[in-house]
Design a protein around this ligand. Sequence first.
Ligand SMILES: Cc1cc2nc3c(=O)[nH]c(=O)nc-3n(C[C@H](O)[C@H](O)[C@H](O)COP(=O)(O)O)c2cc1C
Length: 223
Amino acid sequence: MPLKPIGGRRILTFAADHEYNQGMKTDVTSWIKNRRSIRRYRSEQIPLEAIETLLTAATYAPSAHNRQPWRFAVITSLATKHKLATAMGQKLRADLEADHVPETVIALDVNRSHERIVNAPLLMLLCLTMADMDTYTDPQRQHHEWVMAVQSTAMAAQNLLLTAHTLGLGACWMCAPLFCPDVVCHVLDLPADWQPQGLLTIGYPAEVKQKTRHPLATRVLYR
Ligand SMILES: Cc1cc2nc3c(=O)[nH]c(=O)nc-3n(C[C@H](O)[C@H](O)[C@H](O)COP(=O)(O)O)c2cc1C
């Protein structure tokens, strides 16, 4: 990428910058469009180097006030996966029983959730912390601040999912921890300020998925 010295600093020329961005745009857009949520994985383990690449990519997401409120718990041990899946399954079962869902449906649901968690070679629990975010005395602005932490954490997750795709890994976000944060924090012995947002299951894909999107016209207004 050619650099041009201007005023004692080296900055990208407009032409070079433009060219560079064009190349990037094609690549990034196709990675974005080809990524799919993958829920079945081969049994191979994921190298530590790849795990660190995923985490680093996540932390390069934008964040409100650049406070980087995301936190990650990385789980590779089968024993921990079992413990987590069992505890989360108990809470899922209790919730479904309270909703009077038939036992056959509950059993299927709990079993499917358990299998997905224990069969993923890698789990990453995505959390946020409010520890470094601004604090307000009024609940409304405090809520907005929390929403910004959620938004920042979701952006980190998207970086992670896309990077997984570029590494040949499949991944899927499971929302289940949102419904049992205390259970998850207890099993994983997390710091008190970590708020679970989602569980990312990750592994080398054992399925191919296709998804379409609603037409832009149904989602966009030009004003
Ligand atoms: C916040 C969030 C929560 C999700 N929760 C789940 C989930 O609990 N279980 C699941 O199988 N997929 C879950 N997904 C994945 C979506 O189902 C998936 O992204 C959607 O169907 C579009 O498919 P695609 O990712 O392949 O484009 C979640 C995705 C997001 C962003």
